[in-house]
Design a protein around this ligand. Structure first.
Ligand code: E4P
Length: 217
């Protein structure tokens, strides 16, 4: 499973990237706002840092304007994936931008039918939002599972990018189902290393080691 980091905070991306944990990055207008950075500048910086796809989102609502913005974002670097919303206009923009050879990430996907349309429009990635479905008492993971089955039924190559991941359990379940990619905030990725039995076991080893009076170096 590929790990994308869902942030525009360069320091946090760098920390995980140095550990080999980063296969790509996703940003969105809210994350750009949070970073306080200029979209073109920060996207360029991230794209230079990371080898894999860096998603940068258009903000226009009609297809022609999305295409114009998408072309500009794609010019930032060779590893930009243009992010478009899952609207009819977004699907039109997806088709044009992907036909031009750009990676396209279709975002704000909340149904399997939407994912099917994105695949037909040539999306490189489809981003179903797990956490936001859970927020309204729907099952985000069931959506990942449905899209996996539908894409496998017909051999669509669009990659399932499990998004809006809020917990380590989301990450685990998305991996079990076979999402191609997950994008998660740095804190969730780091939390995947935690286990209370690891902590308890380490405490015991440290206690016993101290009693040996030995040193390794
Ligand atoms: C994905 O590309 C989105 O940026 C992100 O996963 C949204 O997550 P949220 O629902 O926690 O804001």
């Amino acid at each position: 499973m590929k790990f994308f980091v869902d942030t525009a905070e360069v320091d946090q991306i760098k920390e995980l990237n140095d550990l080999g944990m980063v296969d790509g990055v996703t940003t969105n207008p809210s994350l750009i706002l949070k970073s306080g950075r200029d979209i073109l500048e920060v996207t360029r910086e991230i794209a230079e840092l990371v080898d894999g796809p860096v998603s940068a989102e258009v903000v226009a609502l009609d297809a022609d304007a999305m295409i114009e913005e998408g072309r500009k974002l794609a010019q930032i670097a060779g590893n930009i994936a243009v992010k478009v919303p899952l609207t009819w206009a977004g699907l039109k923009a997806c088709k044009v931008l992907s036909d031009e050879g750009n990676m396209v990430n279709v975002t704000l996907c909340f149904s399997a039918n939407q994912a099917l349309l994105a695949a037909k429009a040539g999306a490189t990635f489809i981003s179903p939002f797990i956490g936001r479905l859970d927020d309204i008492n729907l099952d985000g993971m069931e959506l990942i599972s449905d899209i996996r089955q539908i894409y496998d039924n017909y051999g669509y190559e669009t990659q399932i990018l499990a998004a809006s991941i809020r917990t380590v359990n989301h990450a685990y379940q998305a991996a079990l189902i076979g999402a191609d990619v997950m994008t998660a905030p740095p804190a969730v990725i780091k939390k995947m290393a935690d286990h209370p039995l690891t902590d308890a076991g380490l405490d015991q080893f440290m206690e016993d080691w101290a009693k040996t009076g030995q040193k390794i170096v």
